[in-house]
Design a protein around this ligand. Structure first.
Ligand code: MLT
Ligand code: ZN
Length: 465
């Protein structure tokens, strides 16, 4: 039915965007119809690449008239199926709207189109002597619009927060086809409901983000990285408290020896130190002078005396820091070809030791025969539990078994008042688990909001709620 709708509206779509920006060839449909999840087969009816907010508005209006669902698409680096078009939807891709529109040195903001690449924004800020601090492994291909739609987090969250903390303005086209200018870059604006924050993290279900204004931070001082060998998973939060007492941490990450092993083999890298331990902490701190470096060494000694760490290494320069970061940042990409089953869960940091113990017990009981790769952003309470598929098991049987266990994981998360999706979003993947983190009343209100902004349910139907 959607295909016959498409036939009808192709001439209109081509009158909005020139022929070469309405794609229906198989390669484009395959490429634009998925994100980094591998569970679903891409099957959009077409891909459209607008050049302006007016074109976006015209496309949304046309889709409303003909009841053609739209999947908004950014860099498609998501891990929850939020940008998957599997049911003949029209993919509205922001690739052509990728310009930096304005830099304001007094307000210290950048205004850009939604398709601007995260790294381009970071580099632009750096050239101006400033800093856009939201950063993650996929910064080279993710787009700011997608970051906003998923409230992307990453590796600097404990120091700088998530995308939400940096967005001071948005231009959006709602599902009903209205253009809204939200907050206009203001720092102070107490004029009722702040719709900007409603759109941040809405996963393309309320409107299409077309422009964003982000504020910038002062250029950070130098940073050093330490990697520590840890024998006991549960002591990691104690190490965090010790380091927090003396340094300004920008990251506090952890990974298991299995994760390290896979990265070392995949990238032919050397181990950070000779003695291997079951777990590792990678922490990064800002240092204004040598005093902070001396503090870092003293804190390491303190952890060592308390037998919390068994070995450690500290970067001596930027290049070494980058090499150490690869041990953590390359895990996701290293595991990806094996199509791991991913959990992205969080609890308050104070509950982490008990939570980790409970998740570990459950994982050992439920997956005695599977490889489990642990890593995550312990500094902000976020654990990534990746289950690897044994070669002998079919993808379907593997996913089914993991899906059954993830209900038990979600029950644990609910018991600890945590989140079933800390930073990857809900999309298609976690939709059925949403009620473990959000009450029935909240979900009912979400549905009502969806109805207000997107009355014909044109935008990303089937995602999130
Ligand atoms: C990460 O922390 O590496 C990212 O969230 C990606 C992932 O979990 O695979
Ligand atoms: Zn992560």
């Amino acid at each position: 039915m959607i295909r016959s709708t498409l036939e009808k509206i192709l001439p209109t779509l081509r009158s909005i965007c020139a022929d070469d920006r309405v794609l229906i060839d198989t390669a484009s449909l395959q490429a634009y119809g998925v994100d980094r999840t591998t569970r679903w087969q891409p099957c959009p009816c077409a891909v459209i690449l607008p050049n302006s907010i007016d074109e976006v508005q015209a496309i949304v209006k046309c889709a409303n008239t003909h009841e053609l669902p739209i999947v908004p698409s950014g860099g498609r680096t998501g891990l929850s199926g939020g940008a998957v078009a599997k049911d003949g939807e029209l993919v509205l891709a922001m690739d052509r709207m990728n310009k930096i529109l304005d830099f304001n040195p007094i307000d210290q903001t950048i205004r850009c189109e939604a398709g601007a690449i995260t790294q381009t924004i970071q580099e632009y800020a750096e050239q101006e002597g400033l800093y856009y601090p939201v950063n993650f492994a996929s910064a080279g291909s993710s787009q700011i619009g997608g970051n906003v739609a998923t409230n992307a987090g990453g590796i600097n969250v404990i120091r700088y927060g998530m995308t939400r903390d940096w967005v001071v303005g948005l231009s959006v086209v709602t599902g009903a086809g209205k253009i809204l200018e939200l907050n206009r870059g203001l720092i102070k604006n107490n004029t009722g409901y702040d719709f900007r924050h409603l759109f941040i993290g809405s996963e393309g279900t309320l409107g299409i983000i077309c422009e964003a204004t982000v504020r910038l931070a002062p250029a950070p001082p130098g940073r050093s990285v330490q990697v520590l060998g840890v024998n006991d998973f549960e002591t990691i939060t104690e190490i965090l408290s010790i380091y927090n007492s003396g340094l300004c941490l920008t990251a506090f990450e952890f990974f298991s020896d299995l994760a390290l092993d896979k990265v070392l083999k995949h990238h032919k890298l050397p181990a950070p130190f000779t003695v291997r331990t079951p777990y590792y902490v990678l922490l990064e701190f800002e240092h204004k002078d040598d005093r902070d470096l001396a503090i870092a060494l003293a804190l390491f000694e303190e952890c060592n005396d308390k037998q919390l760490v068994s070995d450690g290494v500290i970067s001596q320069n930027q290049k070494q820091a980058e090499k150490l970061w690869r041990l953590r940042e390359d895990i996701s990409e290293t595991l990806a070809p094996g199509k791991p089953y991913k959990n992205d869960i969080s609890v308050n940091i104070s509950l982490m030791p008990d939570f980790i113990r409970a998740v570990d017990e459950l994982a050992q009981q439920s997956y005695p025969d599977f490889e489990i790769v642990w890593y995550g952003h312990i500094g902000d309470g976020n654990l990534h539990l990746n289950i690897l598929k044994p070669d002998a098991l079919s993808a379907q049987a593997f996913n089914q078994r993991c899906a059954d266990v993830s209900i038990q994981v979600a029950e644990l998360v609910a018991k600890f008042s945590g989140s079933i999706s800390a930073e990857h979003g809900v999309g298609l993947l976690k939709k059925d688990l949403l009620h473990y983190s959000r009450s029935d009343s909240e979900i009912a209100l979400m549905r009502q909001l969806k109805q207000v902004f997107d009355p014909n349910s044109i935008l990303n139907p089937g995602k999130l709620i």
